[in-house]
Design a protein around this ligand. Sequence first.
Ligand code: ADP
Ligand code: MG
Length: 322
Amino acid sequence: MLKTFAYLLALLMLSSEAQAQWHQQQFQVMGTQARVELWLVDQQQAQHLIRSVQDEMQRIEQRMSPYIASSELSQINSSAAQTPLRLSDELFALLSQSAQISALTNGAFDISYASVGYQYDYRQGQRPNSKQISAALPAINYRGIKLNAQASTVSLSHPNLKIDLGGIAKGYAVKQSLALLQQAGVEHALIAAGGDTALLGDRRGRPWMVGIKHPRAAAQTAVHLPLTSEAISTSGDYERFFIEDGVRYHHIINPKTGDSAREVVSVSVIGKDPTQVDALSTAVFVLGLTEGMALIDTLAGYEAIIIDNRQKLHLSAGLGAP
Ligand code: ADP
Ligand code: MG
């Protein structure tokens, strides 16, 4: 009897060891909630990989956060207007990519928006007045961020120019993390940080289902999207905002006006590159429905779902009815 029991137990343990399963973990990083889901046989390896994703995202936060005084980004903001600053290859590459996206989006995506952006405090309900905005606007210009590839340096050509990577860093962190899992041989995984999600493969024979939040009902999902091996980024005016005299002030800023963009309320961009879709969702939000959708329809491999300020849903050409 005892022998049979021991045998059964051994069998059970063996089979559970040999069987792959989903491993999941959530944690806070970069001012948002991150989530990792992956399919793997080895429990220990899965825990190890989840830990390395967490480490990688924290590493990127330490380098790119404007709230951490010692971050490389903070060093740029405090010194690169006076003298060129030598950058890590990683940050140099991300600033170069940002500049390319600024050119592509006619300046709608512009990391120097922060020259006015830091005067907003959404928790405190604080915003710059029109005089303060006018004073800050001359410093907002991505062309004023001078990158020297030979010397690997950056210099800022306006004394008040400040940089913030909030529109691209989470996508980059998700991209790095997914690459890490892929290199370890994982074939099915989801990594999300706030509104940025990247998918490795499918959900074992089925597509992943990714939800786009209802912009005015936090608990509801506006759209469920079946996706495989894609990245998707959503920018919404409901993430960080306050309302004053019926006007919504939120964290996506039109670099040309210094004010929140208000033509649309939610933009999701789908494509292969998590960094690119993150920046593009912010850019299309600023561009608005007509210009934003026109841009997406010129870009091969990218699709968009836009909810306008009358809560009407719009799909890019590749997602629309045939
Ligand atoms: P989140 O996932 O943080 O909600 P989004 O992808 O929607 O981010 O981008 C919004 C963030 O991008 C803002 O919090 C700010 O840090 C930054 N940002 C705001 N306006 C711009 C802009 N015009 N260009 C580049 N970055 C911006
Ligand atoms: Mg974005």
